[in-house]
Design a protein around this ligand. Sequence first.
Ligand SMILES: [Ca+2]
Ligand SMILES: [Ca+2]
Length: 154
Amino acid sequence: MVGATSCLCPTPWVPFRDYCYRFERQATTFHNAEEICQSYSQMDDVSDSHLVSVHDTEEGSFLFDTSVEIFGTGDSWIGLNDIQEEGHFVWTDGSAYDYSNFNPSEPNNLNNEDCIHMLNKRTAGLWNDKLCTVLKPFVCKRAQWQWANNCYLN
Ligand SMILES: [Ca+2]
Ligand SMILES: [Ca+2]
């Protein structure tokens, strides 16, 4: 079993529970970040890499802590947005919007902010809506099982 984790989530993907996360230092727009995340699907010949979705406190804490570790800041894009319909939030990976962690008084849609990022706060990963064209580092996510078939062959 040694090495199984890195096999499921090859470097630079970081494992957490059943998923792999890729922390991208290069700051870019929300749309370009999602495009880059999707491009990893093609590169590794597996589908479904997108900007990260967050579904509970533990995942949010993992995301914030690892962002601080790798980026030096918790401030990064996540996949949540209300681009299509104001106030209707969806994840770019199509998963259910079953958890949120907005900073008090957010989302405020100031000047039509539609893209969500984590704030760099010690209170661990509270969210804010921001203009999608702002440049930020970002995090991609995908399921581990897509690598599992290759994992134990060696
Ligand atoms: Ca909005
Ligand atoms: Ca805002």
